[in-house]
Design a binder for this molecule. Structure first.
Ligand code: SAM
Length: 350
């Protein structure tokens, strides 16, 4: 019997191959294929193989797969085939391009891929598989898993930096913020997001607050033109005093922690805020039925102690600490944003 076209389960078939496609992108990035092709416009297979120090056969299979995924192009030049980056690869995959995702891609390869290879255990046990994947227990995700080794720390910071540079402008311009003069980016990492905020808001200064191990690396990530409206303060947001500001930014912080832990941080923020102070939350917002986007739900499978939440869940969490939601923006970029304002506790009109 003939199978009608509609019977072919295209979406399942593409999921069957999804992991191979991801690993092709990761491997091409790790072997610096996009950087090599960026340095001279186009190269033959043998030239690429030589530069990435890999076998011709293996390089050929990798480059052909990358062409099929739209990451590279192969064209004829004087009777020989040459490879070159697609426009998208030049913009997002070359490691030193301003919007490079390279840092995040290497983090996915080196950190997330090993964790996901233990997904069965993660689901059975409901716990992070860090110990199985890396042979080391991690009590504290940042201090133990990411920051105990410099090489891993830089890779993680690079990953945060690359996402922040790609989404930062959309988050920074999501709302009218001209009434705020000083902001504090809580867990602001390399400062990439902070620089987008000062660029977008000429009257705003931003203090980046993060753990000492992160702040000590800040020079590694300074943009070419430094901005004296961005400053850095080291501390632990669960234990130490937070800098005073009239706008607090929480970008990709809340999803990492349980409600209980967040109540500690949010009650500190609430005490720091006078009525009218703002709190800007930037996360991937789940829809209210927790069906989409799958990017958020797939990320949750890494089983950190946090969770992905919908706008209503963020609202409920923050309202307990006197913050009222004012605006929400779905940016169509990697992160959405919600602006809360601290209410006057004596104001009963709410
Ligand atoms: N906000 C940045 C962004 O959106 O690109 C980074 C987000 S990253 C997922 C979480 C950040 O929180 C890291 O930079 C990490 O070092 C910081 N962090 C984690 N625990 C912290 C703590 N207890 N005190 C201060 N910063 C912390």
């Amino acid at each position: 019997t003939e199978c009608s076209r509609q019977d072919i389960p295209h979406s399942i078939i593409s999921l069957l191959d999804g992991f191979k496609a991801s690993k092709t992108l990761f491997t091409a990035s790790k072997l610096k294929v996009f950087d090599v092709l960026n340095s001279s416009n186009s190269q033959t297979l043998e030239e690429v193989a030589g530069q990435i120090n890999a076998s011709v056969l293996g390089t050929e299979r990798l480059l052909e797969a990358a062409v099929s995924l739209g990451l590279l192009e192969r064209v004829k030049q004087q009777n020989t085939s040459v490879y070159r980056n697609t426009e998208q690869a030049s913009r997002f995959l070359v490691s030193d391009s301003p919007e490079s995702l390279n840092g995040y891609i290497l983090h996915c390869n080196d950190m997330v891929w090993p964790l996901f290879s233990h997904l069965e255990n993660a689901v059975r046990e409901g716990t992070s598989q860090h110990e199985r994947a890396f042979g080391k227990k991690n009590e504290e995700v940042f201090q133990d898993a990411y920051y105990s080794k410099d090489e891993v720390k830089i890779r993680f910071m690079d990953a945060m930096h690359s996402i922040a540079r790609v989404t930062g402008k959309d988050v920074a311009t999501a709302f009218e913020l001209s009434s705020y003069k000083t902001a504090c980016d809580i867990g602001g990492c390399t400062g990439a997001m902070a620089y987008e905020f000062t660029k977008a808001h000429p009257g705003l200064s931003v203090i980046v607050f993060d753990l000492p191990q992160v702040i000590e690396m800040r020079r590694h990530f300074q943009p070419k033109e430094t901005d004296d409206r961005v400053s850095f303060v080291a501390g632990d947001f669960f234990k130490d005093d937070l800098p005073k500001a009239d706008l607090y930014i929480l970008a990709r912080i809340l999803h990492d922690w349980s409600d209980e832990k967040l109540h500690v941080l949010l009650s500190k923020l609430s005490k720091m805020c006078t009525p009218g102070c703002g709190l800007l939350v930037s996360e991937i917002f789940l829809d209210e039925e927790r069906k989409r986007p799958s990017r958020a739900l797939l990320q949750a499978l890494s089983m950190t102690e946090g969770k992905q939440r919908s706008p209503t869940e963020y609202r409920d969490l923050l309202e307990k600490h006197g913050f009222t939601p004012k605006h929400i923006k779905h940016t169509d970029n990697l992160l959405d944003a919600m602006l809360f304002v601290k209410e006057d506790p004596n104001d009963k009109r709410t």
